[in-house]
Design a protein around this ligand. Structure first.
Ligand code: UFG
Length: 327
């Protein structure tokens, strides 16, 4: 039986493909290579280059892949800032893509999907840590698009016999332990890769966006989740659905927040580099603190975080230092 990985050439998707293969699953990949990298997927994996919004293309894939028992969805756009500039593009790709995917599941009788959702669906959270009961009020088109997708899956699962798990990621970072795949965005905006690019000498310094937040040292606090822990959650979620588990949503984080300055200090320790920094203005749309309460994922999926921030940065550093120009 096959797991079809949608967006399998992207940062998170390529790590899912890697771990699924290592665990003995049969894997096929769909990716339009807009942000993904063909080199991130082994040449032995069945690879379909095309767009999930393209119905004729998707029908072809589902016709060829006769044994799909589950989908993993990693094919959404995911940058908060970009979504504020281009909301229509985000709703088109994310929500539009989701429509075709759900239609294909119905048409070809595919029962399960594990979906990458996000902490951005909570907006400025009403409480911390953030549990599944915390109200979702997104404050940007990216978070809104993922919340709409969660709701589409909920209605579809009520109307048909498909089941889904939505995994709301907090801040994903890190890379495969052997450093052969990792994070390679054309325009990097995330804290840890930018810090490591400074450590490599590819940038002069890191600008920390604001130190007047309501946190201990004044810089924003985020909950970092290791790539391997994250993919483990996907595999556990898929197995849970295959075993007859009900559709559900889980918040995935370590339940531990690190301030931006703590992340910087950890990176200095791991890399042994000075990593020059300066304090800058706030970046619009950044909540003070985002920390997950992942108790529910522990109880229902038996998912537990194994890796801390230091391990995350160690693996990210292995990738960045061995692939300074990405793929
Ligand atoms: N930051 C800096 N300087 C930089 C880049 C980032 O200070 O050069 C700060 C940000 O202001 C923020 C923190 O580092 O305070 C983390 O920022 P990232 O851009 O790395 O990540 P975000 O928290 O903005 O967003 C990420 C994902 C979202 C997801 C969110 C959930 O990109 O998709 O985590 O927690 F919704």
């Amino acid at each position: 039986m096959t797991v079809l990985v949608l967006g399998g050439a992207g940062y998170v998707g390529s790590h899912a493909v890697d771990m699924l293969i290592k665990k003995g699953y049969d894997v096929a990949v769909v990716d339009n290579l807009v942000t993904g990298h063909r080199e991130a997927v082994p040449s032995t994996v069945r690879f379909y280059e095309g767009d999930v919004r393209d119905r004729a293309f998707m029908e072809k894939v589902f016709t060829i892949e006769k044994n799909i028992e589950g989908l993993m969805h990693f094919c959404a756009y995911s940058l908060v800032g970009e979504s504020m500039q281009r909301p229509a593009m985000y709703f088109d790709n994310n929500v539009g893509g989701c429509i075709t995917i759900l239609e294909m599941m119905e048409q070809f009788n595919v029962k399960h999907i594990v979906f990458s959702s996000t902490a951005a669906t909570f907006g400025v959270p009403e409480e911390s840590p953030i549990s599944e009961k915390t109200p979702q009020n997104p404050i940007n088109p990216y978070g809104e698009s993922k919340l709409i997708m969660e709701k589409m899956m909920k209605w579809q699962s009520e109307a048909t016999d498909m089941t889904y798990v939505a995994l709301r990621y907090f801040n994903v970072a890190g890379a495969a332990g052997d450093g052969h795949i990792g994070e390679a965005h054309k325009n990097e905006t995330h804290l840890i890769p930018i810090i490591l690019q400074v450590a490599l000498g590819k940038r002069d310094q890191i600008t920390i966006y604001g130190d007047d937040y309501k946190t201990e040292d004044g810089t924003c606090v985020r909950d970092y989740i290791d790539m391997e822990d994250l993919i483990n959650a996907h595999i556990k979620a898929l197995e849970y659905l295959k075993a007859g588990g009900m559709s559900d949503q889980f918040n995935l984080g370590s339940s531990h927040g690190y301030s931006n300055l703590e992340v910087l200090e950890t990176a200095r320790k791991v890399t042994g580099k000075e990593i020059p920094s300066q304090m800058g203005e706030r970046r619009p749309g950044d909540p003070d603190s985002l920390v997950a309460d992942s108790t529910k994922a522990g109880e229902i999926l038996d998912w537990h975080v194994a890796h801390d921030l230091e391990h995350i940065i160690e693996n990210a550093w292995k990738w960045h230092s061995s692939h300074p120009d990405g793929y």
